[in-house]
Design a protein around this ligand. Structure first.
Ligand code: PXG
Length: 290
């Protein structure tokens, strides 16, 4: 049995799962999405992801034509249909079928898509050896134009940054905000540790309020590890003892080099390892069964 993809209440094979060329999700990137993980039959931080999807939609005045409960059911149903216990879910809501103009009023009904796939983490080797990252020149979107909190289908800001990272021969990029302070990576939040304190940029630095970021903050509080949301510069990162990135796909991944500077002793740090192990414990309990 092949993969089944949910579109507007029906299941389609991978080959038949298609949307119209008049869908404003395609024409303008007009829509929102979520990336969610499941671990051994549990949807990790399910409520948080569903809530964020509806908040993104609300911010762009997109009325999702179903309740949060029904959306959660659609996700569960898709997971059961595909018999996947450990997977990556892509939940997409587009403005829907319209005409060639921008006007969202021309779009009759949003398109709701649920795709489940195998988890696509970075190669295991990078979790063991740590990642190298570079600062790139594409600034993170400013909140007055496209707020980084909106997980919209328009990810060109992040893709341009990713292209710069790839051109530099590495996998991830540090994006700065318009004031030159550290914001986040292309699909991950950024953290550093200095003298036993964990630091991450505050939301007003122009970052997505990552759900994995939130989980790390919760773990730190629970384990009584000091954690601060503080405006950070590249200098702070260069001189940190440990660094790591967080995201639903990447989970927690250590960073060992940034802009050719060694971070700490150039190996994944001990506190990072502790956080990774606590995070894995959390994925076993914090979720909704499907
Ligand atoms: N920042 C940005 C800009 C993101 O898009 C994160 C941080 C991490 O947030 P969560 O809630 O996942 O902890 C994201 C989300 C991918 C992929 O396939 C990942 C994201 C977005 C798009 C694609 O790796 N991460």
């Amino acid at each position: 049995m092949g993969l089944k993809i949910y579109i507007n209440g029906k299941f389609y094979s991978k080959e038949d799962a298609k949307v119209s060329v008049f869908d404003h999700g395609l024409l303008y990137g007009d829509g929102v999405f979520e990336g969610i993980r499941t671990y051994d039959g549990l949807i990790f931080k399910c409520k948080e992801h569903i809530d964020r999807l509806y908040q993104s939609a609300h911010a762009i005045m997109l009325d999702i034509p179903m309740s949060k409960e029904n959306m959660t059911e659609a996700v569960k149903k898709t997971l059961r249909e595909n018999r996947m216990k450990d997977s990556y879910i892509r939940l997409v809501v587009t403005r829907g079928y319209g005409d060639l103009g921008l006007d969202p009023r021309k779009c009759g009904k949003p398109t709701v898509i649920v795709i489940t796939d195998k988890c696509k983490l970075y190669p295991q080797e990078l979790y063991e050896k740590g990642l190298e990252i570079v600062t790139i020149s594409t600034q993170r979107n400013i909140h007055e134009s496209v707020n980084p909190q909106i997980k919209s289908l328009n990810y060109l800001n992040n893709i341009l940054a990713k292209v710069e990272a790839i051109n530099a021969g590495v996998e991830e990029a540090v994006m700065l905000n318009s004031e030159g302070y550290v914001a986040e990576c292309t699909g991950d939040n950024i953290f550093m540790i200095k003298d036993g304190v964990i630091y991450t940029p505050p939301i007003h630095s122009g970052v997505l309020r990552g759900i994995t970021r939130g989980a790390v903050i919760d773990i730190a509080h629970l384990k009584e590890i000091p954690i601060k949301e503080e405006v950070l510069t590249r200098y702070d990162l260069f001189n940190s003892d440990e660094m790591f990135l967080t995201g639903s796909a990447a989970e927690i991944i250590p960073v060992v080099r940034m802009d050719r500077r060694k971070i700490g002793d150039g190996k994944p740090g001990k506190m990072t390892a502790k956080l990774i192990s606590e995070f894995h414990k959390l994925t076993k309990v914090d979720g909704v069964r499907f």
